[in-house]
Write a protein that binds this ligand. Sequence first.
Ligand SMILES: [Zn+2]
Ligand SMILES: [Zn+2]
Length: 717
Amino acid sequence: MIEENNNSAIQLSAAATASIEPMVILQVAIDVPLMTLFDYLPPLDAASVEWTQGMRLLVPFGSRQRVGILMGIAADSDHALARLKRVDAVLDEQPLLAAVDLTLIGWAAAYYQYPIGEAIFTALPPHLRKKSLKSPQPPFPKGEEKPIDQSPPAPLLQRGEKEKPPLEKGGLGGFDEKKAGFELNPDQATAVSAIHAALGRFQPFLLDGVTGSGKTEVYIQLIAQVIASGQQALVIVPEIGLTPQLQTRFTSRLPGVTVVLHSALKASDRARNWEQATLGTATLVLGTRSAIFVPLPRLGLIVVDEEHDMSLKQQDGFRYSARDVAVRRAQLVGCPIILGSATPALETLHNAQRQRYDWLQLPRRAGVAQPPKISLLDIRQQPLRAGLSMVLRERMQTELAAGNQILLFLNRRGYAPVLICHACGWIGNCPQCDVRLTLHLSPRKFWCHHCGRVQPVPQHCPSCKSADLRMIGRGTERLEEELQPLFPDATIARIDSDSTQRRGELKRLLSAVARGEVQIVLGTQMLAKGHDFPRVTLVGILDLDGVLYASDFRAPERAAQLIMQVAGRAGRAERPGRVILQTRHPEHALLQSLLRSGYRGFVAEALREREDTELPPFTHLALLRADATDALIPMEFLSEAKRLALALPETEHIFILGPAPSPLVRRVGRYHAQLLVQCADRMRLQRFLNQWGGVLQKLKRGKDLHWSMDVDPILFS
Ligand SMILES: [Zn+2]
Ligand SMILES: [Zn+2]
């Protein structure tokens, strides 16, 4: 009896303690494919820990330990307390991610239907995803960390300072133009002052400037002002290849510390640059897609350059659009964002037309450069040599004789895209994909451009043993070989992902072109991206039809962007440029509108067409993809997913198309299928996807089946 009494006394006192100290439940995001957070109890020796959102914790999960991120603190859990495990260790004294960063990632995870834990760990640099490495320094200076709250970090400037009239008459807000050494033309000055006036608050801008109109100069002047006011700027570019030249331009003109962030950096450099960004010592961060999530304690301006570029959208795993996340980030932080392009995406132009974005235009090329003349060349029934019509060859001779440079664009690398047996018709296909193997001759390989599988080049037909194997079609490698005898005196440079694989090779080729040592430059779309070729006066696009007739509804938009981007490489100095498009479809309506009234005219036409066909930006799409080693399984899964979707309560105005096999059905030995969801109202679509996602998570399926959701898809292969 006495013992019993004692026990109940102990129980009573434990209960009394619990009621005095509020229960602390730590809500932790873990890098696992589940949409939820996980509840943990603090470790026993954690009395002195000041729990702050964004700290990394080491937690037991299943049979192993995992790194988690503290997302929130609650007084209660939906689970029985006795079943909750304790955190093993606290990895950071200070939070690694600020509240505003977690809010952004949380928003992106929800919007793109991706597990929150995996989203956060995608956003962290690799060295911080592991438990072995502690962050070497607190990422936020002590005393500046914030307790859990959802508000964005306070701007560094005092309110009074911010509201100082930004512009003195004729000048640019105290920014020393002379020091910058570059004068702005009236269009640039208008853009700079409009954006300058928006510093300190959220405002999206579309900087719609033709190639060579000086968008970068606008960025530089504004970033200089942001740095001068003690804030940081973030510039996102689509391609790693574009960072070196931009970095050079930025560092030569801007004070402070510029760091780059992209996946090709050495791990140690990436870790150091990330730290400089998060500590606030870097004043400018220049990065590719994933840099959109880097914590910046004093962010004052975001720039997304080449905002139309497809590579701003991640195509696997966490399928976010860095451009769209950037707009959301600017809104959360309360700063302006500039979306810059010579060929804005239809979505962005639509937002500008509806005045959701402030539309700034730079319609003129800087200096005396003339816009290039674009003409269509009907090559139907024309004899071609090396893929070049006689008209184009003669034009090339004229330009070469005048000492000018020529650029030829062919969007296919390798030697020949098809190897066929002349005896029996056998064609070299990838054994794992519905893709033909491309023949490369230097080095010799038979290569699947989709899965990367490489096979030896066959000497005899594997089917009938005939030695008469023939190459059909032409890639850049073959074009280079065939051009030389046609233009024996010209030096030719090929720029594609094969010829520039060696470190420093792209730079070497580009500077040889710049020095005038090369007369003909040929290459793939690498040529269209940002590199300047001021001595080029003639651009030939050899096979436009291949781009124009790609399989999805965005193909004409991409073709128009490509034409304008490639055309933008020509005639940038005093020499006027000419662009010749070889096509078998000169009557194509969108091509005609592009030639008649430029990109603007094309956009008007293309938007009308999208509205008629109820496609983005007039509706919003999501693609549910599934794949398995058996062709039937993804179709069955998607049929069941569709049935469950239609049974949900809010499916009004939600249209579900499919399931259908993907355009490229078999890839790396797996069969792909998809289901397309369409809705005119973005919020409604989001509500539907949230409900549906929950149902799909619970749907029973074989281990072999993979599925993923792609919100705002831009590729449908
Ligand atoms: Zn054969
Ligand atoms: Zn393959």
